[in-house]
Design a protein around this ligand. Structure first.
Ligand code: SAM
Length: 249
């Protein structure tokens, strides 16, 4: 039987493709790609020409049987997405689940992933974090999702597009307040930028310089302060208020 290689591809800088990934992409019998036209550019850059077939959310289930047949015929298959690691906010979950359930060999070929790249350079705690994918597109649903996460004390990470980054920052400011937010924009690309501050500060920065709202974003949000700190801050505020009242201010 052949194996399914789940191959991470660059998120901007083509030099980030690993030598192992490049070798495998040249060796497999077929490459299942989220968008074959997009991936054809990567293959051309590598000087490779391999048969490709599309695998996206609308045909993924239908592709399972077809690719299982290829594996049973002894062919190796690679799965790639438009950028980064397949299955991470990208197609492939159904394929991998079904093929694994059927006993096929699935081999990860690790490499670029925007959330890991962002976290590795943000300076927020990474011992524990929750990846929340894309937040809902509508503000009411987005705020509700954020409210559900407001008490979490680990770092929160989400993906965001340039169309919604400002609205998301506004909702972050409204729901989570003064938390430290780090934005990783255009990772590994020419205009890679890290911005950090409160959501409100970052929003003001984008009003000043609209270029800061362009490109792709990883949004990383500091966790809720530990309970004792919050309790302590409340206690101190109470004591201050009591002292002021006692002085008749
Ligand atoms: N599979 C990809 C990965 O491993 O990171 C993620 C695919 S998801 C459809 C696309 C989102 O990932 C973008 O909207 C953006 O939030 C994030 N992203 C991808 N490339 C990025 C980059 N170079 N810089 C910042 N964020 C990026």
């Amino acid at each position: 039987y052949g194996a399914l290689y789940v191959v991470a591809t660059p998120i901007g800088n083509l030099d980030d493709l690993s030598p192992r990934a490049a070798r495998l992409l040249g060796e497999v019998a077929v490459i299942a790609a989220e968008d074959t036209r997009h991936s054809a550019r990567l293959l051309r850059h590598l000087g490779l020409e391999r048969p490709m077939l599309s695998l996206h959310e609308h045909n993924e289930a239908a592709r399972v049987a077809q690719l299982a047949e290829r594996l049973m015929a002894g062919d190796d298959v690679a799965l790639i997405s438009d950028a980064g690691t397949p299955l991470i906010c990208d197609p492939g979950f159904v394929l991998v689940r079904e093929l694994r359930d059927a006993g096929h060999r699935i081999v990860p070929v690790p490499g670029p992933c925007a959330l890991v790249a962002g976290l590795s350079a943000a300076g927020l705690p990474t011992d524990r974090f929750t990846f929340i994918g894309f937040l809902p597109a509508k503000s009411a649903a987005r705020r509700a999702r954020l409210e559900g996460l407001a008490g979490r004390d680990e770092t929160l990470v989400c993906y965001e597009s340039p169309h919604r980054i400002r609205d998301t920052l506004a909702d972050l400011a409204a729901v989570l307040g003064e938390r430290r937010v780090v934005l990783a924009r255009e990772l590994t690309k020419t205009f890679e930028t890290f911005l950090d501050g409160s959501a409100e500060m970052l929003l003001a920065r984008m009003q000043e310089d609209p270029d800061q709202a362009r490109g792709e974003f990883v949004v990383m949000i500091g966790g809720a302060p530990p309970r004792e700190e919050t309790d302590q801050a409340l206690l101190e505020a109470d004591q201050l208020l009591a002292a002021l009242l006692a002085e008749g201010v």
